[in-house]
Design a protein around this ligand. Structure first.
Ligand code: NDP
Ligand code: BG6
Length: 513
Protein backbone atom coordinates (compact mmCIF):
# COMPACT_ATOMS: atom_id res chain seq x y z
CA UNK A 1 0.00 0.00 0.00
CA UNK A 2 1.32 3.44 -0.88
CA UNK A 3 0.68 6.07 1.73
CA UNK A 4 0.57 9.37 -0.14
CA UNK A 5 -2.48 11.13 1.21
CA UNK A 6 -1.17 14.01 3.32
CA UNK A 7 -4.43 14.59 5.16
CA UNK A 8 -4.13 11.64 7.54
CA UNK A 9 -0.40 11.88 8.01
CA UNK A 10 1.28 11.75 11.33
CA UNK A 11 2.73 15.20 12.07
CA UNK A 12 6.20 13.66 11.82
CA UNK A 13 5.55 13.02 8.15
CA UNK A 14 3.93 16.32 7.24
CA UNK A 15 6.16 18.76 5.48
CA UNK A 16 9.07 17.59 7.58
CA UNK A 17 12.65 18.65 7.90
CA UNK A 18 13.34 21.10 10.65
CA UNK A 19 16.67 21.95 9.12
CA UNK A 20 17.03 20.69 5.60
CA UNK A 21 14.49 19.38 3.17
CA UNK A 22 15.02 16.01 1.54
CA UNK A 23 13.00 15.48 -1.65
CA UNK A 24 10.54 12.57 -1.94
CA UNK A 25 12.75 9.52 -1.70
CA UNK A 26 12.69 5.76 -2.12
CA UNK A 27 15.62 4.01 -0.47
CA UNK A 28 16.42 0.56 -1.81
CA UNK A 29 18.71 -1.45 0.46
CA UNK A 30 20.58 -4.29 -1.25
CA UNK A 31 21.44 -6.96 1.31
CA UNK A 32 18.46 -5.95 3.47
CA UNK A 33 18.30 -9.28 5.30
CA UNK A 34 21.78 -8.61 6.72
CA UNK A 35 23.25 -7.56 10.01
CA UNK A 36 23.95 -3.92 9.13
CA UNK A 37 20.42 -3.28 7.92
CA UNK A 38 18.75 -4.45 11.09
CA UNK A 39 21.31 -3.12 13.58
CA UNK A 40 22.00 0.27 12.02
CA UNK A 41 20.11 1.23 8.87
CA UNK A 42 16.48 0.59 9.87
CA UNK A 43 16.99 2.21 13.30
CA UNK A 44 18.72 5.19 11.66
CA UNK A 45 15.83 5.76 9.24
CA UNK A 46 13.29 5.42 12.01
CA UNK A 47 15.11 7.92 14.24
CA UNK A 48 15.28 10.39 11.34
CA UNK A 49 11.50 10.00 11.18
CA UNK A 50 11.22 10.77 14.90
CA UNK A 51 13.19 13.97 14.31
CA UNK A 52 10.94 15.04 11.40
CA UNK A 53 13.84 14.55 9.02
CA UNK A 54 12.38 12.03 6.62
CA UNK A 55 10.81 13.43 3.49
CA UNK A 56 7.05 13.58 3.36
CA UNK A 57 6.96 10.88 0.70
CA UNK A 58 9.33 8.26 1.93
CA UNK A 59 9.48 4.57 0.97
CA UNK A 60 11.90 1.79 1.84
CA UNK A 61 12.40 -1.31 -0.28
CA UNK A 62 14.57 -4.16 0.96
CA UNK A 63 16.27 -6.22 -1.75
CA UNK A 64 17.79 -9.69 -1.38
CA UNK A 65 18.02 -13.13 -2.92
CA UNK A 66 15.67 -14.95 -0.62
CA UNK A 67 11.95 -14.23 -1.11
CA UNK A 68 10.64 -12.44 1.99
CA UNK A 69 6.95 -11.43 2.06
CA UNK A 70 6.43 -7.69 2.66
CA UNK A 71 4.67 -8.37 5.96
CA UNK A 72 7.59 -10.48 7.21
CA UNK A 73 10.09 -7.76 6.30
CA UNK A 74 7.96 -5.20 8.13
CA UNK A 75 7.84 -7.48 11.17
CA UNK A 76 11.61 -8.01 11.02
CA UNK A 77 12.09 -4.25 10.80
CA UNK A 78 9.84 -3.73 13.80
CA UNK A 79 11.79 -6.32 15.78
CA UNK A 80 15.06 -4.61 14.77
CA UNK A 81 13.70 -1.28 16.00
CA UNK A 82 12.68 -2.76 19.33
CA UNK A 83 16.14 -4.20 19.79
CA UNK A 84 18.41 -1.56 18.29
CA UNK A 85 16.73 1.86 18.08
CA UNK A 86 18.26 4.45 20.42
CA UNK A 87 14.73 5.70 21.17
CA UNK A 88 11.67 3.57 21.82
CA UNK A 89 9.22 2.65 19.09
CA UNK A 90 6.42 5.18 18.79
CA UNK A 91 3.26 3.46 17.59
CA UNK A 92 2.08 6.66 16.02
CA UNK A 93 5.06 7.11 13.71
CA UNK A 94 5.47 3.40 13.01
CA UNK A 95 1.82 3.15 11.94
CA UNK A 96 2.63 5.60 9.15
CA UNK A 97 6.04 4.28 8.16
CA UNK A 98 5.23 0.57 8.17
CA UNK A 99 2.96 0.46 5.08
CA UNK A 100 5.67 2.22 3.04
CA UNK A 101 8.14 -0.60 3.66
CA UNK A 102 8.29 -3.52 1.22
CA UNK A 103 10.63 -6.22 -0.07
CA UNK A 104 11.78 -7.12 -3.55
CA UNK A 105 13.39 -10.53 -4.05
CA UNK A 106 15.98 -11.05 -6.75
CA UNK A 107 19.53 -12.04 -7.51
CA UNK A 108 22.18 -9.35 -7.52
CA UNK A 109 23.19 -10.48 -11.02
CA UNK A 110 19.63 -10.84 -12.31
CA UNK A 111 18.85 -8.00 -14.71
CA UNK A 112 15.18 -8.99 -14.93
CA UNK A 113 14.80 -8.54 -11.16
CA UNK A 114 16.30 -5.05 -11.49
CA UNK A 115 13.90 -4.27 -14.30
CA UNK A 116 10.94 -5.30 -12.17
CA UNK A 117 12.40 -3.24 -9.29
CA UNK A 118 12.40 -0.30 -11.69
CA UNK A 119 8.72 -0.88 -12.47
CA UNK A 120 7.97 -0.86 -8.73
CA UNK A 121 9.90 2.37 -8.23
CA UNK A 122 8.22 4.08 -11.16
CA UNK A 123 4.82 3.02 -9.79
CA UNK A 124 5.67 4.72 -6.49
CA UNK A 125 6.76 7.84 -8.35
CA UNK A 126 3.51 7.87 -10.28
CA UNK A 127 1.50 7.51 -7.11
CA UNK A 128 3.44 10.30 -5.38
CA UNK A 129 2.62 12.47 -8.37
CA UNK A 130 5.97 14.24 -8.65
CA UNK A 131 9.65 13.50 -9.18
CA UNK A 132 11.09 11.10 -6.64
CA UNK A 133 14.76 10.43 -5.99
CA UNK A 134 15.95 6.84 -5.86
CA UNK A 135 18.69 6.18 -3.33
CA UNK A 136 20.39 2.78 -3.61
CA UNK A 137 22.18 1.55 -0.51
CA UNK A 138 24.59 -1.31 -1.23
CA UNK A 139 24.88 -3.20 2.03
CA UNK A 140 26.12 -6.55 0.77
CA UNK A 141 29.50 -8.22 0.90
CA UNK A 142 31.83 -6.67 -1.72
CA UNK A 143 31.72 -9.77 -3.95
CA UNK A 144 28.38 -8.54 -5.36
CA UNK A 145 29.08 -4.78 -5.58
CA UNK A 146 29.97 -5.21 -9.26
CA UNK A 147 26.80 -6.95 -10.53
CA UNK A 148 24.61 -4.60 -8.48
CA UNK A 149 26.28 -1.52 -9.94
CA UNK A 150 26.18 -2.95 -13.46
CA UNK A 151 22.51 -3.88 -13.20
CA UNK A 152 21.64 -0.45 -11.81
CA UNK A 153 23.22 0.85 -15.00
CA UNK A 154 21.70 -1.69 -17.40
CA UNK A 155 18.17 -1.32 -15.99
CA UNK A 156 18.29 2.47 -16.38
CA UNK A 157 17.97 3.03 -12.63
CA UNK A 158 21.35 4.75 -12.35
CA UNK A 159 20.27 7.44 -14.80
CA UNK A 160 16.80 7.95 -13.36
CA UNK A 161 15.96 11.57 -12.60
CA UNK A 162 18.98 13.09 -14.35
CA UNK A 163 16.86 15.54 -16.25
CA UNK A 164 14.86 16.59 -13.14
CA UNK A 165 17.84 17.36 -10.89
CA UNK A 166 16.89 14.41 -8.72
CA UNK A 167 19.39 11.98 -10.15
CA UNK A 168 19.64 8.58 -8.46
CA UNK A 169 22.27 8.21 -5.78
CA UNK A 170 24.23 5.22 -4.61
CA UNK A 171 25.61 4.66 -1.12
CA UNK A 172 28.35 2.04 -0.95
CA UNK A 173 29.52 0.36 2.21
CA UNK A 174 33.15 -0.39 2.90
CA UNK A 175 35.42 -2.11 1.97
CA UNK A 176 36.26 -0.10 -1.15
CA UNK A 177 38.60 -2.72 -2.54
CA UNK A 178 41.23 -4.71 -0.69
CA UNK A 179 44.27 -3.01 -2.23
CA UNK A 180 45.09 -0.29 -4.73
CA UNK A 181 44.32 -2.37 -7.83
CA UNK A 182 40.91 -3.56 -6.60
CA UNK A 183 40.00 -0.06 -5.36
CA UNK A 184 40.82 1.33 -8.82
CA UNK A 185 38.80 -1.44 -10.43
CA UNK A 186 35.81 -0.70 -8.17
CA UNK A 187 36.06 3.03 -8.89
CA UNK A 188 36.02 2.27 -12.61
CA UNK A 189 32.91 0.10 -12.24
CA UNK A 190 31.19 2.78 -10.16
CA UNK A 191 32.02 5.61 -12.54
CA UNK A 192 31.00 3.53 -15.59
CA UNK A 193 27.46 3.65 -14.23
CA UNK A 194 27.31 6.75 -12.01
CA UNK A 195 28.74 10.23 -12.03
CA UNK A 196 31.07 10.74 -9.02
CA UNK A 197 28.62 13.30 -7.60
CA UNK A 198 25.93 10.59 -7.37
CA UNK A 199 28.25 8.36 -5.31
CA UNK A 200 28.39 8.24 -1.50
CA UNK A 201 31.12 5.94 -0.13
CA UNK A 202 30.36 5.48 3.54
CA UNK A 203 32.85 5.50 6.37
CA UNK A 204 30.63 5.55 9.43
CA UNK A 205 33.38 7.16 11.54
CA UNK A 206 32.73 10.40 9.66
CA UNK A 207 29.15 10.35 10.96
CA UNK A 208 30.23 10.28 14.60
CA UNK A 209 29.58 13.56 16.42
CA UNK A 210 33.07 13.79 17.86
CA UNK A 211 34.65 13.28 14.45
CA UNK A 212 32.56 16.08 12.99
CA UNK A 213 33.56 18.22 15.95
CA UNK A 214 37.23 17.89 15.01
CA UNK A 215 36.96 20.67 12.44
CA UNK A 216 35.09 22.91 14.86
CA UNK A 217 37.65 22.28 17.58
CA UNK A 218 40.54 23.05 15.24
CA UNK A 219 39.19 25.92 13.21
CA UNK A 220 36.62 27.66 15.44
CA UNK A 221 38.90 28.03 18.46
CA UNK A 222 41.75 30.47 18.06
CA UNK A 223 43.85 28.91 20.84
CA UNK A 224 44.55 25.59 19.12
CA UNK A 225 45.38 26.36 15.50
CA UNK A 226 48.55 28.43 16.23
CA UNK A 227 49.94 25.47 18.20
CA UNK A 228 48.88 22.80 15.72
CA UNK A 229 52.23 22.25 13.99
CA UNK A 230 55.79 20.98 14.29
CA UNK A 231 56.87 23.96 16.44
CA UNK A 232 54.68 22.88 19.35
CA UNK A 233 53.53 19.32 18.73
CA UNK A 234 55.81 16.51 19.88
CA UNK A 235 53.80 13.62 18.44
CA UNK A 236 50.25 12.56 17.61
CA UNK A 237 48.74 9.23 18.68
CA UNK A 238 45.56 7.80 17.25
CA UNK A 239 44.09 4.73 18.91
CA UNK A 240 41.01 2.83 17.77
CA UNK A 241 40.76 -0.07 20.21
CA UNK A 242 38.03 -2.65 20.72
CA UNK A 243 37.72 -5.22 23.46
CA UNK A 244 35.41 -7.40 21.36
CA UNK A 245 36.81 -10.26 19.31
CA UNK A 246 35.71 -11.23 15.80
CA UNK A 247 32.52 -12.80 17.14
CA UNK A 248 30.42 -14.31 14.34
CA UNK A 249 32.23 -12.35 11.61
CA UNK A 250 35.26 -14.65 11.39
CA UNK A 251 34.64 -15.50 7.72
CA UNK A 252 34.69 -11.84 6.71
CA UNK A 253 37.36 -10.73 9.16
CA UNK A 254 39.92 -13.35 8.24
CA UNK A 255 39.93 -12.01 4.68
CA UNK A 256 40.35 -8.52 6.00
CA UNK A 257 42.33 -8.07 9.23
CA UNK A 258 42.83 -4.96 11.34
CA UNK A 259 44.61 -2.98 8.64
CA UNK A 260 41.93 -3.36 5.97
CA UNK A 261 39.04 -3.35 8.43
CA UNK A 262 40.01 -0.29 10.48
CA UNK A 263 43.32 1.40 9.75
CA UNK A 264 43.10 2.02 6.01
CA UNK A 265 39.67 3.63 6.39
CA UNK A 266 38.37 4.73 9.83
CA UNK A 267 41.73 5.53 11.41
CA UNK A 268 42.98 7.32 8.27
CA UNK A 269 39.89 9.53 8.31
CA UNK A 270 40.71 10.55 11.88
CA UNK A 271 44.28 11.26 10.82
CA UNK A 272 43.24 13.29 7.77
CA UNK A 273 40.86 15.52 9.74
CA UNK A 274 43.43 15.99 12.50
CA UNK A 275 46.32 16.90 10.24
CA UNK A 276 44.88 18.52 7.09
CA UNK A 277 45.24 22.21 6.31
CA UNK A 278 42.21 24.46 6.91
CA UNK A 279 39.91 24.13 3.90
CA UNK A 280 38.96 27.34 2.09
CA UNK A 281 35.28 26.61 2.78
CA UNK A 282 33.09 23.97 4.35
CA UNK A 283 32.05 22.67 0.93
CA UNK A 284 32.43 18.95 0.34
CA UNK A 285 35.03 19.38 -2.39
CA UNK A 286 37.19 21.85 -0.47
CA UNK A 287 37.31 19.59 2.57
CA UNK A 288 37.94 16.46 0.54
CA UNK A 289 40.69 18.22 -1.45
CA UNK A 290 42.49 19.01 1.80
CA UNK A 291 42.17 15.43 3.02
CA UNK A 292 43.65 14.09 -0.21
CA UNK A 293 46.52 16.62 -0.07
CA UNK A 294 47.34 15.44 3.43
CA UNK A 295 47.22 11.75 2.49
CA UNK A 296 49.56 12.46 -0.43
CA UNK A 297 52.12 14.00 1.95
CA UNK A 298 52.40 10.82 4.06
CA UNK A 299 55.68 9.07 3.41
CA UNK A 300 55.82 5.37 2.50
CA UNK A 301 56.19 3.23 5.61
CA UNK A 302 59.09 0.81 5.98
CA UNK A 303 58.34 -2.87 6.55
CA UNK A 304 60.74 -5.39 8.13
CA UNK A 305 62.11 -5.82 11.67
CA UNK A 306 63.08 -2.17 12.28
CA UNK A 307 60.34 -0.77 10.13
CA UNK A 308 57.35 1.43 10.81
CA UNK A 309 54.70 -1.27 11.01
CA UNK A 310 53.78 -3.97 13.52
CA UNK A 311 51.13 -6.67 13.20
CA UNK A 312 49.90 -9.23 15.71
CA UNK A 313 47.12 -11.70 16.47
CA UNK A 314 45.34 -12.07 19.80
CA UNK A 315 45.95 -15.06 21.99
CA UNK A 316 43.60 -16.12 24.76
CA UNK A 317 43.22 -13.93 27.81
CA UNK A 318 40.79 -12.17 30.10
CA UNK A 319 38.26 -9.55 29.06
CA UNK A 320 36.17 -8.10 31.88
CA UNK A 321 37.25 -11.04 34.03
CA UNK A 322 36.02 -13.63 31.46
CA UNK A 323 38.43 -15.98 29.72
CA UNK A 324 38.23 -15.54 25.94
CA UNK A 325 39.69 -17.78 23.21
CA UNK A 326 42.61 -17.00 20.95
CA UNK A 327 41.86 -15.73 17.44
CA UNK A 328 42.94 -19.07 15.97
CA UNK A 329 40.25 -20.79 18.06
CA UNK A 330 37.43 -18.49 16.90
CA UNK A 331 34.65 -19.73 14.62
CA UNK A 332 35.45 -19.81 10.86
CA UNK A 333 39.17 -19.05 11.27
CA UNK A 334 41.30 -21.39 9.11
CA UNK A 335 44.21 -23.19 10.76
CA UNK A 336 46.58 -21.45 8.32
CA UNK A 337 45.34 -17.94 9.09
CA UNK A 338 47.98 -15.21 9.20
CA UNK A 339 45.49 -12.38 9.59
CA UNK A 340 46.46 -9.57 11.96
CA UNK A 341 43.93 -8.54 14.59
CA UNK A 342 46.15 -5.66 15.69
CA UNK A 343 48.34 -3.28 13.74
CA UNK A 344 50.38 -0.26 14.75
CA UNK A 345 52.08 2.19 12.40
CA UNK A 346 54.51 5.09 12.58
CA UNK A 347 53.94 7.72 9.92
CA UNK A 348 55.77 10.85 8.78
CA UNK A 349 53.98 13.62 7.00
CA UNK A 350 56.29 15.48 4.71
CA UNK A 351 54.79 18.95 4.63
CA UNK A 352 55.50 22.37 6.15
CA UNK A 353 53.22 21.85 9.13
CA UNK A 354 54.21 18.35 10.22
CA UNK A 355 57.81 17.79 9.11
CA UNK A 356 59.53 15.75 11.88
CA UNK A 357 56.40 15.04 13.96
CA UNK A 358 55.71 11.32 14.25
CA UNK A 359 52.13 10.13 13.93
CA UNK A 360 51.47 6.81 15.65
CA UNK A 361 48.34 4.83 14.76
CA UNK A 362 47.10 1.61 16.31
CA UNK A 363 43.95 -0.44 16.10
CA UNK A 364 43.00 -3.89 17.25
CA UNK A 365 40.45 -6.28 18.62
CA UNK A 366 40.49 -7.86 22.09
CA UNK A 367 42.46 -4.96 23.56
CA UNK A 368 42.15 -3.83 27.16
CA UNK A 369 39.10 -1.65 26.57
CA UNK A 370 37.00 -0.02 23.88
CA UNK A 371 38.37 3.41 23.20
CA UNK A 372 38.91 5.60 20.13
CA UNK A 373 40.90 8.75 20.73
CA UNK A 374 43.28 11.23 19.17
CA UNK A 375 46.02 12.52 21.45
CA UNK A 376 48.02 15.59 20.49
CA UNK A 377 51.09 15.60 22.68
CA UNK A 378 52.79 18.99 22.93
CA UNK A 379 56.47 19.63 23.49
CA UNK A 380 57.75 20.03 27.05
CA UNK A 381 57.80 23.56 28.40
CA UNK A 382 61.26 25.05 27.98
CA UNK A 383 63.48 26.30 30.78
CA UNK A 384 64.73 24.70 33.97
CA UNK A 385 62.39 26.22 36.56
CA UNK A 386 60.76 22.91 37.32
CA UNK A 387 63.50 20.49 36.42
CA UNK A 388 63.94 18.67 39.75
CA UNK A 389 62.05 15.38 39.27
CA UNK A 390 61.91 14.77 43.03
CA UNK A 391 59.67 17.81 43.49
CA UNK A 392 58.07 18.31 40.17
CA UNK A 393 55.98 15.63 38.59
CA UNK A 394 55.38 17.05 35.12
CA UNK A 395 53.62 15.62 32.07
CA UNK A 396 53.65 16.87 28.50
CA UNK A 397 50.55 18.92 27.77
CA UNK A 398 48.28 16.61 25.83
CA UNK A 399 44.99 17.37 24.19
CA UNK A 400 42.93 14.20 23.99
CA UNK A 401 39.93 14.09 21.70
CA UNK A 402 37.90 11.17 22.92
CA UNK A 403 35.88 9.85 19.97
CA UNK A 404 34.18 7.10 21.95
CA UNK A 405 33.01 6.06 24.46
CA UNK A 406 32.58 8.93 26.95
CA UNK A 407 32.89 11.43 24.10
CA UNK A 408 34.70 14.61 24.96
CA UNK A 409 37.95 16.55 25.07
CA UNK A 410 40.51 16.44 27.85
CA UNK A 411 43.52 18.71 28.34
CA UNK A 412 46.33 17.33 30.40
CA UNK A 413 48.34 20.08 32.09
CA UNK A 414 50.48 20.61 35.17
CA UNK A 415 49.32 22.21 38.37
CA UNK A 416 50.75 23.14 41.74
CA UNK A 417 49.66 20.78 44.49
CA UNK A 418 47.98 22.91 47.15
CA UNK A 419 50.23 23.30 50.17
CA UNK A 420 53.08 25.31 51.59
CA UNK A 421 55.73 23.82 49.31
CA UNK A 422 55.89 24.14 45.54
CA UNK A 423 55.23 20.69 44.17
CA UNK A 424 53.49 19.85 40.91
CA UNK A 425 51.25 17.19 39.54
CA UNK A 426 49.61 16.61 36.14
CA UNK A 427 45.87 17.34 36.17
CA UNK A 428 43.07 17.01 33.63
CA UNK A 429 40.53 19.52 32.36
CA UNK A 430 37.49 17.72 30.94
CA UNK A 431 34.71 18.60 28.56
CA UNK A 432 32.11 15.81 28.25
CA UNK A 433 29.46 15.82 25.55
CA UNK A 434 27.00 13.92 27.74
CA UNK A 435 27.27 16.46 30.55
CA UNK A 436 26.91 19.50 28.31
CA UNK A 437 24.55 18.27 25.62
CA UNK A 438 22.86 15.16 27.04
CA UNK A 439 23.65 11.64 25.97
CA UNK A 440 21.05 10.76 23.31
CA UNK A 441 22.90 12.12 20.27
CA UNK A 442 22.17 10.84 16.74
CA UNK A 443 23.93 7.70 15.57
CA UNK A 444 26.49 8.03 12.78
CA UNK A 445 24.19 6.37 10.23
CA UNK A 446 21.41 8.88 10.88
CA UNK A 447 23.59 11.80 9.92
CA UNK A 448 25.08 10.00 6.92
CA UNK A 449 21.80 8.77 5.43
CA UNK A 450 20.26 12.21 5.88
CA UNK A 451 23.27 13.84 4.18
CA UNK A 452 22.99 11.45 1.24
CA UNK A 453 19.26 12.14 0.95
CA UNK A 454 19.84 15.90 0.78
CA UNK A 455 22.90 15.53 -1.49
CA UNK A 456 25.67 16.62 0.88
CA UNK A 457 28.77 14.50 0.27
CA UNK A 458 31.09 16.21 2.76
CA UNK A 459 31.14 13.23 5.13
CA UNK A 460 31.67 10.64 2.37
CA UNK A 461 34.85 9.38 0.79
CA UNK A 462 35.80 10.47 -2.70
CA UNK A 463 37.27 7.95 -5.14
CA UNK A 464 40.74 9.52 -5.21
CA UNK A 465 40.81 9.63 -1.41
CA UNK A 466 40.39 5.90 -1.09
CA UNK A 467 42.99 5.23 -3.79
CA UNK A 468 45.53 7.56 -2.13
CA UNK A 469 45.06 5.73 1.14
CA UNK A 470 45.41 2.32 -0.53
CA UNK A 471 48.69 3.46 -2.15
CA UNK A 472 50.16 3.71 1.33
CA UNK A 473 48.81 0.44 2.64
CA UNK A 474 49.17 -1.88 -0.37
CA UNK A 475 52.97 -2.40 -0.12
CA UNK A 476 52.63 -3.24 3.58
CA UNK A 477 49.83 -5.72 2.99
CA UNK A 478 51.71 -7.29 0.06
CA UNK A 479 54.79 -7.68 2.24
CA UNK A 480 52.80 -9.32 5.04
CA UNK A 481 51.10 -11.66 2.56
CA UNK A 482 54.54 -12.79 1.34
CA UNK A 483 55.77 -13.36 4.91
CA UNK A 484 52.74 -15.40 6.02
CA UNK A 485 53.02 -16.07 9.74
CA UNK A 486 56.70 -15.08 9.81
CA UNK A 487 56.95 -11.83 11.76
CA UNK A 488 53.35 -12.07 12.94
CA UNK A 489 53.46 -11.23 16.64
CA UNK A 490 50.89 -12.21 19.25
CA UNK A 491 49.37 -10.50 22.28
CA UNK A 492 47.28 -11.53 25.22
CA UNK A 493 43.58 -10.69 24.94
CA UNK A 494 42.88 -7.86 27.36
CA UNK A 495 46.31 -6.27 26.92
CA UNK A 496 47.30 -3.22 24.84
CA UNK A 497 48.91 -5.28 22.09
CA UNK A 498 52.43 -6.62 21.57
CA UNK A 499 55.61 -5.10 22.96
CA UNK A 500 56.72 -4.43 19.39
CA UNK A 501 54.05 -1.72 19.21
CA UNK A 502 55.65 0.03 22.20
CA UNK A 503 59.06 -0.26 20.54
CA UNK A 504 57.80 1.69 17.54
CA UNK A 505 57.67 4.73 19.83
CA UNK A 506 60.97 4.26 21.65
CA UNK A 507 63.12 5.77 18.91
CA UNK A 508 61.22 9.04 19.37
CA UNK A 509 61.39 8.60 23.21
CA UNK A 510 57.61 8.41 23.30
CA UNK A 511 55.12 6.09 24.96
CA UNK A 512 51.54 5.22 24.17
CA UNK A 513 49.29 7.15 26.50
P1 NDP B 1 26.00 -9.58 5.78
O1 NDP B 1 27.10 -10.58 5.71
O2 NDP B 1 24.99 -9.69 6.86
O3 NDP B 1 25.31 -9.61 4.34
C1 NDP B 1 24.22 -8.77 3.98
C2 NDP B 1 23.33 -9.52 3.01
O4 NDP B 1 24.04 -9.70 1.78
C3 NDP B 1 22.96 -10.90 3.47
O5 NDP B 1 21.84 -10.88 4.32
C4 NDP B 1 22.67 -11.60 2.17
O6 NDP B 1 21.35 -11.27 1.73
C5 NDP B 1 23.65 -10.96 1.21
N1 NDP B 1 24.85 -11.81 1.10
C6 NDP B 1 25.62 -12.30 2.09
N2 NDP B 1 26.64 -13.02 1.59
C7 NDP B 1 26.52 -12.97 0.27
C8 NDP B 1 27.26 -13.52 -0.80
N3 NDP B 1 28.36 -14.24 -0.59
N4 NDP B 1 26.85 -13.28 -2.06
C9 NDP B 1 25.76 -12.55 -2.28
N5 NDP B 1 25.01 -12.01 -1.29
C10 NDP B 1 25.38 -12.21 -0.05
O7 NDP B 1 26.67 -8.14 5.76
P2 NDP B 1 26.47 -6.95 6.77
O8 NDP B 1 25.04 -6.58 6.80
O9 NDP B 1 27.19 -7.23 8.03
O10 NDP B 1 27.33 -5.80 6.05
C11 NDP B 1 26.95 -5.27 4.81
C12 NDP B 1 28.06 -4.39 4.28
O11 NDP B 1 28.32 -3.37 5.22
C13 NDP B 1 29.38 -5.11 4.05
O12 NDP B 1 30.00 -4.55 2.92
C14 NDP B 1 30.17 -4.80 5.31
O13 NDP B 1 31.56 -4.81 5.05
C15 NDP B 1 29.69 -3.39 5.61
N6 NDP B 1 29.79 -3.03 7.02
C16 NDP B 1 29.14 -3.78 7.96
C17 NDP B 1 29.21 -3.43 9.28
C18 NDP B 1 28.49 -4.22 10.33
O14 NDP B 1 28.58 -3.81 11.49
N7 NDP B 1 27.78 -5.28 9.97
C19 NDP B 1 29.98 -2.24 9.74
C20 NDP B 1 30.58 -1.50 8.66
C21 NDP B 1 30.47 -1.90 7.36
P3 NDP B 1 20.47 -12.28 0.82
O15 NDP B 1 20.93 -13.65 1.09
O16 NDP B 1 19.08 -12.00 1.29
O17 NDP B 1 20.71 -11.84 -0.58
C1 BG6 C 1 33.49 -1.69 11.29
C2 BG6 C 1 34.40 -2.88 11.35
O1 BG6 C 1 33.75 -0.94 10.15
O2 BG6 C 1 33.73 -0.88 12.45
C3 BG6 C 1 34.20 -3.66 12.64
O3 BG6 C 1 34.13 -3.72 10.24
C4 BG6 C 1 34.35 -2.76 13.83
O4 BG6 C 1 35.13 -4.73 12.71
C5 BG6 C 1 33.48 -1.53 13.67
O5 BG6 C 1 33.98 -3.49 14.99
C6 BG6 C 1 33.76 -0.54 14.78
O6 BG6 C 1 32.84 0.51 14.71
P1 BG6 C 1 32.47 1.32 16.03
O7 BG6 C 1 31.55 2.38 15.52
O8 BG6 C 1 31.83 0.37 16.97
O9 BG6 C 1 33.76 1.84 16.56
Amino acid sequence: MLDTDASDRHPFLQGLSKHRGAPPTVIVIFGASGDLTSRKLIPALYNLGLDNLLPRDFHLIGYGRKPIPDEDFRNDSEAALKEFSRRPLSDELWKHLRPNISYHAGGYDDLKAFESLREKLLAIEKEVGRDVQFLFYISTPPSVFKPILENLGASGLAKHGEESDLASKVIIEKPFGRDLATAQELNTIITNEFDEKQVYRIDHYLGKETVQDLMVLRFANSIFEPLWNRNYVECVQITVAENLGVGTRGGYYDQSGATRDMLQNHTMQLLALTAMEPPVSLSAEDIRDEKVKLLKAIQPMKTGPDGDVVRAQYGEGLIDGERVPAYMQEKDIPATSCTETFAALRMSIDNWRWQGVPFYLRSGKRLARRVSEIAIQFKQASGSLFSDPARFDLASNTLVIQIQPDEGVTLLMNSKIPGLETRTQPVKMHFRYATTFGSNTPEAYERLILDAMVGDSTLFIRGDETETSWKLYTPILDHWAECGRKGLDSYTSGSWGPLAADRLLWEGKHEWR
